[in-house]
Write a protein that binds this ligand. Structure first.
Ligand SMILES: Cc1ncc(COP(=O)(O)O)c(C=O)c1O
Length: 398
């Protein structure tokens, strides 16, 4: 039966149409359950989730260690104020600090990626006293006003242009353009190590190192947005580790909580020295439940060596997709990515526009971004028995 006709979908659609802010277009599925790399809808149909809950469920849906950590913490202490220390935030600090790129010594936890970007932007202003930011075309950094200030996608920025400072964006991956744009008034260059939302765009080798050198020469900070690429996704715990680069500020989100809303920003001692008491905060900043979740996720990612797995398995996925491209060069014009953040660019934008729905009807959830790029970012521990049949199914639909 086509998904459109399912009773739960018809009801959900009517309910939302009456009550929900009309800002989201949804696929016609009502999801009720997730386990590992699979989710189930209200009609009992099962799907292999190649979106990983938008790159979030790094250790799979409802991993027992994550569920156990959240339940344990929920039974102890769910919320307090920033007036007090909490054991779970201290535990998370102990867990994450040795894992961070050497030199990032200070952490702050918030609830969403965009909030983490706001924090990073504030830090760069504090550290430099400057107000100009340079970012990259097609970048995505979230939807708060702070994040929109640096976003490189007009469709998100333009409706709020009147509220935002003038933006400066340069082509992603282009060091010469970055060099020309970063000046003595620049607070920071802000960039994703690999653009996710923008189409899984991988920069040339040496890009991040080159950016760091340019920023150093101009007294600007380098902010790396690892919200999508962090926590093992690209085959190292953080994507900047491929180049051995430590930024001044790094942000994490998505996979950090494995499904529980937590994000963070991390900086060097030199940057941390420039803030004052009260400069930042938040009711849910460092929330005990969120910290317990992140602590559990990082435990699983490191103990089960999921970064290494992402590198190895992602390499084989990319090999398979490249072989498909060679055999179907009229349908696919590029395959790119790193680890388990993989993009395949389709030649036919109309087919790309319906691919997610057709894949869902075949029992696979996937995302198409930047118009015609099929983006795969499944759980880092997705069983191969789920992954390969799902991928083969999708390839028949491309
Ligand atoms: C690279 C990047 N930065 C920031 C964000 C915003 O994160 P959130 O949606 O949690 O605010 C996203 C979300 O997709 C992202 O991919």
């Amino acid at each position: 039966m086509p998904l459109e006709e399912l009773a739960s979908v018809v009801n959900a659609r009517a309910q939302e149409a009456a009550r929900f802010l009309p800002v989201v277009r949804r696929l016609p599925l009502v999801l009720v359950e997730g386990r590992g790399a699979r989710v189930r809808d209200a009609e009992g149909r099962e799907y292999v989730d190649l979106t990983g809950g938008w790159g979030v469920t790094a250790i799979g849906h409802s991993h027992p260690a994550l569920v156990e950590a959240i339940c344990r913490q929920a039974g102890r202490l769910m919320q307090t104020t920033n007036l007090f220390y909490t054991r779970s935030q201290l535990d998370l600090l102990e867990r994450i600090s040795p894992l961070l790129p050497a030199g990032l010594t200070r952490s702050f936890f918030v609830s969403s990626g965009a909030e983490a970007m706001d924090g990073a932007i504030k830090l760069a202003h504090r550290a430099t006293g400057r107000v100009r930011y340079v970012s990259t075309t097609n970048s995505f950094h979230g939807r708060t006003l702070g994040a929109l200030r640096i976003i490189g996608q007009a469709k998100h920025r333009d409706p709020y242009r009147a509220l935002l400072a003038e933006a400066c964006t340069v082509p992603f991956g282009d060091l010469a353009a970055a060099r020309a744009a970063i000046d003595e008034a620049t607070a920071a260059f802000v960039v994703e190590p690999i653009q996710g939302e923008g189409g899984v765009n991988v920069p040339p080798d040496g890009y991040l190192r080159g950016l760091l050198e340019i920023c150093r020469a101009k007294g600007a900070l380098l902010i790396l947005d690892e919200i999508q690429t962090g926590v093992g996704r690209t085959g190292t715990l953080f994507a900047c580790q491929h180049e051995g680069v430590t930024p001044d500020v790094m942000t994490l989100g998505k996979g950090l909580g494995g499904g529980f809303p937590i994000a963070g920003f991390f900086c060097t001692d030199a940057v941390a020295k420039t803030v004052s008491l009260g400069d930042h905060g938040g009711t849910y900043a460092g929330n005990p439940l969120a910290c317990a979740a992140a602590d559990a996720v990082l435990g699983v990612v490191t103990e089960e060596k999921l970064s290494e797995r992402a590198a190895e398995l992602g390499g084989r996925v990319m090999d398979r997709l490249r072989r498909f491209m060679t055999e179907n060069d009229s349908r696919v014009d590029d395959v790119r990515g790193r680890g388990l953040l993989v993009g395949m660019s389709l030649t036919d934008a109309e087919r790309a526009a319906t691919l997610s729905l057709r894949a869902a009807e075949a029992g696979v959830l996937l995302n198409v971004t930047a118009g015609r790029v099929m983006r795969l970012f499944p759980a880092l521990n997705i069983p191969e028995d789920d992954l390969w049949p799902a991928l083969e199914k999708v390839l028949t639909l491309v």
